[in-house]
Design a protein around this ligand. Structure first.
Ligand code: ATP
Ligand code: MG
Length: 477
């Protein structure tokens, strides 16, 4: 790989203006590893104001002196390049921000403030490398090593504890001894770091090919305790006759399968968390122990974890649903059209494919996968068959407005309750989805009070829950 023309142009423009300019950090590392950089950073001795004069298409909007230069490039990774004046590490009092941002005159200072040797390389427009900390040899040896004293560097910015694991996972490198020891000793410093920054690194670990190894490493280093302690509750929790692994190992192996299949982040996360409810629901010991309700409890814990880590609402909803419904049932001959419709109504038709993938990860991650291709084909056939049946309120032949006209009520909670109740009727029997039937039924339902309606819906829910539990008992899930 070569430095792209877009970057060369920026570096040359800096030089023509009388300044230094280097590509620096992750992009140089990636270039040397023959990987495509995800973004490009440039460092220079020009002040932000000078940079704005030099690059008319640029903006300056943070406290770090970084000026973002806009480029007319077809490559999305080159549309915006961050140009930052040389900086030097100031004093840190809080293990996360320097007390002040200090600019420097020399490239050496800027390189020595960077986290790891492999991230501390600079490349000039002529292709000349500045490598003050043997970053090239660490790249060759696949080694993550801090620039300078590890404990000091982690003490300045504790996020680096987690970044070390992130780079180990994304680059498939090993953390060298002194760096490793310093992380293990000071893992608790991570508590000083904002959940958002932790989340961003965790996402990169889980999205990497080595997601499984990455989470294992988080545990080995004592970092996981400060990120997702709930996962650790599964350590040493033995399962029943259907399993050979502990809950912890099984969750991790499900993630491994999802990563090997290159599934998306939501599926990976749901695979990792799918049995997070098991430690809290385990009853009994040995081959006959049970975990009834671990799906419901697990969905709740999943939402708590993801909320704490400030994941977006849509993501939390989806992953929690995947965990909640991962036990769906698919024995040929026992799975009914109405149960498949209910599953679709619950998880959402748009999520059903991903739910099947989570279940696959669960199955393979159990270490004793049973042969099921036929069962799965049958379920998919059932899904296709009921896909056009009414599985959401939107698909009812009587919409909210028509409902209100028919029974002469104003907008309010009763409208939603009646629609939910009509949907429940149609999930049982889709032939009921006609204007006539629904209008007739709505006239009966309006006789009830909102409390009676709520109760009736709860009864349906409870009956389904009961049915699910019976099945679980039968199969020791
Ligand atoms: P990616 O491939 O994900 O972009 P990267 O190595 O470019 O990885 P970034 O987070 O984009 O990582 O940061 C760019 C560079 O800035 C790093 O390579 C490193 O030199 C420096 N850097 C970033 N964050 C820190 C930090 N917390 N402490 C020290 N140096 C950092
Ligand atoms: Mg980068």
């Amino acid at each position: 790989m070569d430095t792209p023309q877009e970057i060369k142009t920026i570096l040359e423009k800096l030089r023509n203006g009388g300044y230094d300019g280097y590509a620096v950090g992750g992009c140089v590392r990636d270039l040397l590893m023959d990987r495509k950089p995800s973004d490009w950073d440039v460092t220079t001795n020009a002040a932000p104001e000078k940079l704005q004069e030099l690059f008319s298409e640029s903006f300056y909007e943070n406290n770090f002196g970084t000026v973002t230069v806009k480029i007319d490039s077809d490559d999305p990774t080159l549309k915006e390049v961050q140009v930052t004046p040389y900086r030097i590490e100031g004093r840190y009092s809080d293990k996360r921000h320097p007390d002040e941002i200090k600019f420097a005159d020399k490239l050496e200072d800027d390189l020595s403030r960077r986290d790891f040797t492999v991230n501390a390389l600079a490349l000039s427009s002529e292709g000349e490398l500045t490598d003050l900390f043997d970053g090239q040899s660490d790249i060759k040896n696949k080694a993550i090593r801090t620039v300078g004293n590890p404990e000091e560097r982690f003490g300045e910015d504790a996020l680096r504890l987690l970044r070390a694991v992130r780079f180990a996972a994304t680059l498939d490198f090993d953390i060298v001894d002194d760096t490793f020891i310093a992380i293990k000793k000071n893992a608790g410093w991570l508590e000083a770091i904002s959940k958002e920054r932790i989340r961003d690194e965790l996402v990169k670990i889980i999205e990497s090919d080595k997601a499984y190894e990455g989470v294992l490493l988080l545990e080995e280093l004592g970092l996981l305790k400060h990120i997702v302690p709930e996962l650790r509750e599964g350590i040493g929790i033995a399962q029943n006759l259907h399993h050979i692994y502990s809950v912890w190992e099984h969750n991790l192996l499900a993630l491994k399968y999802a990563a090997d299949k290159k599934y998306s982040l939501d599926i990976r996360m749901a695979s990792l968390l799918h049995d997070i409810g098991k430690p809290k629901t385990k009853r009994g010991e040995g081959r006959q122990c049970t975990f009834y309700g671990h799906d419901v409890v697990g969905a709740r814990i999943t939402a708590q974890i993801l909320e704490r880590l400030k994941f977006p609402k849509d993501f939390i909803e989806k992953v929690s649903k995947l965990v909640r419904y991962h036990l769906f049932y698919y024995n040929v001959g026992e799975v009914t059209a109405s149960s498949v419709r209910r599953l679709l109504a619950n998880v959402g038709p748009e999520n059903i494919e991903d739910l099947l993938k989570v279940r696959e990860a669960d199955r393979i991650g159990s270490g004793v996968p049973k042969a099921v291709p036929y069962k799965l084909r049958h379920l998919k056939y059932m899904i296709d068959k009921v896909m056009n049946d009414p599985i959401s309120v939107k698909m009812l032949k009587l919409n909210g407005t028509e409902l209100m006209e028919t029974i002469g009520i104003a907008p309010g909670p009763m409208v939603g309750l009646i629609l939910s109740s009509l949907l429940a009727d149609c999930l049982d029997d889709p032939s009921r989805n006609t204007k006539e039937y629904l209008a007739q039924r709505a006239k009966e339902l309006i006789q009830k009070t909102p409390d009676e309606m709520k109760r009736a819906l709860e009864v349906i829910e409870e009956a389904q829950q009961k049915e699910e539990e019976e099945r679980m008992k039968k199969y020791y899930i």
